[in-house]
Write a protein of this length. Structure first.
Length: 254
């Protein structure tokens, strides 16, 4: 993961292009720590993007195949990794901008949804792909997606794992706008410049108020999500989904 700080902007780049910037447990913790380091006294924006052709393919499925753990261990791992990403992104007092340079899948889609702003190249593909490997949406997906796109559409995306392009993502309010690849940097820089002229502390307080005033506290929703994800991790469908992915075949779920 590459991190750069300049002119009041904390830029975080997922830097595992060989696996489409998929998250290991270590990179999930590292990302959460970098977001936690954002300080309104020093930064007026956080920009998140990916190296290479993808934003992020989500969780590292090869690592999933090798994982052996008890349900309690799984719960603690989820809370400390992807659960912590959610906590840090939602509590971050500095606005977060997702510069989606390519596919955003699984946790990559959820991180896009959790960001305060998101802009994507037109050929970026999005998918709430957890169901494809027998998992429920995590990284806040079970509560941030319905808030953004509506309950019925969130169910469609989560139950099918379908892929869709940036234009549809914009129509669904998952991203702010689809932007031509040559213009993406300029569009994000323009927003960052605007944010630099606004009171960061006030923005942080506004963000906090909006999140706390949702129908249910996100911390309660996150805890329930993590408990259900433990069940999904121990399911035959998850094992089948991972095996099918690694063997290059279609999964045969129960």
């Amino acid at each position: 993961m590459h991190v750069d700080e300049a002119d009041g902007v904390l830029r975080i780049t997922f830097d595992r292009p060989g696996v489409l910037n998929a998250f290991s447990m270590e990179t999930a913790v590292e990302f959460a720590e970098h977001v936690a380091s954002a300080d309104p006294d020093d930064h007026h924006a956080v920009v998140v993007t990916g190296e290479g052709d993808a934003f992020s393919a989500g969780g590292d499925i090869e690592a999933m195949a090798e994982r052996r753990e008890t349900p309690q261990d799984a719960y603690e791992r989820i809370c400390e990794t992807f659960g912590r990403i959610v906590e840090e992104m939602l509590e971050c007092p500095v606005p977060i901008v997702a510069k989606v340079n390519g596919d955003a899948v699984g946790a990559g889609l959820a991180i896009t949804a959790l960001s305060d702003f998101a802009y994507a190249v037109p050929d970026a593909r999005f998918s709430c792909a957890f169901v494809r490997v027998g998992l429920i949406p995590d990284t806040g997906g079970t509560f941030i997606l319905p808030e953004l796109v509506g309950l019925r559409t969130a169910k469609q995306l989560a139950f099918t794992g379908e892929f869709f392009d940036a234009e549809r993502a914009a129509d669904l309010d998952l991203i702010n706008e689809a932007v031509a690849a040559d213009d993406l940097d300029d569009r994000v820089d323009e927003l960052v410049e605007t944010l630099s002229r606004r009171p960061t502390l006030t923005i942080g307080l506004t963000k906090q108020a909006m999140h706390e005033n949702l129908g249910r506290s996100w911390s309660e929703a996150l805890d329930y999500e993590n408990l259900l994800q433990v069940q999904a991790y121990s399911s035959d469908d998850h094992e089948e989904g991972v095996s099918a992915f690694l063997e290059g075949r279609k999964p045969d779920f129960n």
